[in-house]
Write a protein that binds this ligand. Sequence first.
Ligand SMILES: [Zn+2]
Length: 338
Amino acid sequence: MAPERTVIGVDIGGTKVAAALVRGRLPEPGARSRAEVETPEIIDRFTMLTDATSAEACLRGVEACIADLEHGSGRVEGIGVGVASMVDFAGGRVVESVNLPLTDLPLRDHLERRFGVPVVIDNDATAAGIGEHLYGAGVGTSDMLMLTLGTGVGGGIISGGRPLRGASGAAAEIGHIIMDVNGPKCPANCPNHGCLEAYVAGPAMGAAARVAAELEPDSALGRALAAGRTIDSRLLTHLAVEGDVGAIAVLERAGEYLGAGLVTLSNIFDPELIVIGGGAAAAGELLFAPARRVLAARALPPARDRVRVVPAALGPDAGFVGAAALALSELFPGDATA
Ligand SMILES: [Zn+2]
């Protein structure tokens, strides 16, 4: 059995920095289901709003989170960081960010100097994918994709049991696969048009809901607009779950775009499992059912007949559990065979 270790997992997102002090061990190789793995224990947690005014302010927040958790624990063995950025994994650098003021930053070395323990950094969705693969919905799979629907669309790819990072560590930008070459300009810091992110990220679904509200003033969405409420993906999900037909239709269209994206991914990666998480996926089956329908109708056999689409299992803790899983798997690789 792999030794138990105490690590800190940090999830740096555009809205908040969420960190946790975690005690856990790598699962036994060959574990086939969640029941066979020990979910890491969260000893303490700390969350703060991301200060995106400057790189220094953002870093101060991250350091404050880690320092708070480290204080009193006495024996942190490593730190894993998932950051909503393009990451040079081998070099430990943040290359470029969309929603954070972090560019060309040697984050790993900076945190190692500051805290005196080994640090590993990776893209946040890749870290979330590692978490789901080791402890969540993906236990027992060897080929799994993770999509996180939030402010953007993040992606993580597990191929042959290992995270796929590409030649420069920037692989798995699933949010930027093309849905329509002549589609809308990608909302992110991306030169492309018609990216998946332009259809199924939270802001895109919120924008589609606003259009529907204007077209149908008598719908629940239309009445919410008339009442001056902010029409965003959160309200859209709320109204759809309550049964509003207009809101459900907006989510169905988004789900169909999501499914079309999954067709491309299934054809390329032949995953056995696609895990979908993130705040903008809170509508669950209202989004997943149309996605599965398009996937089954349009992807190539045999991959389409095998792949399952499921919600993330680690819930709101997925970010920092993923970062902790990143630390356990990358900083102590010998544990896997211990
Ligand atoms: Zn894009």
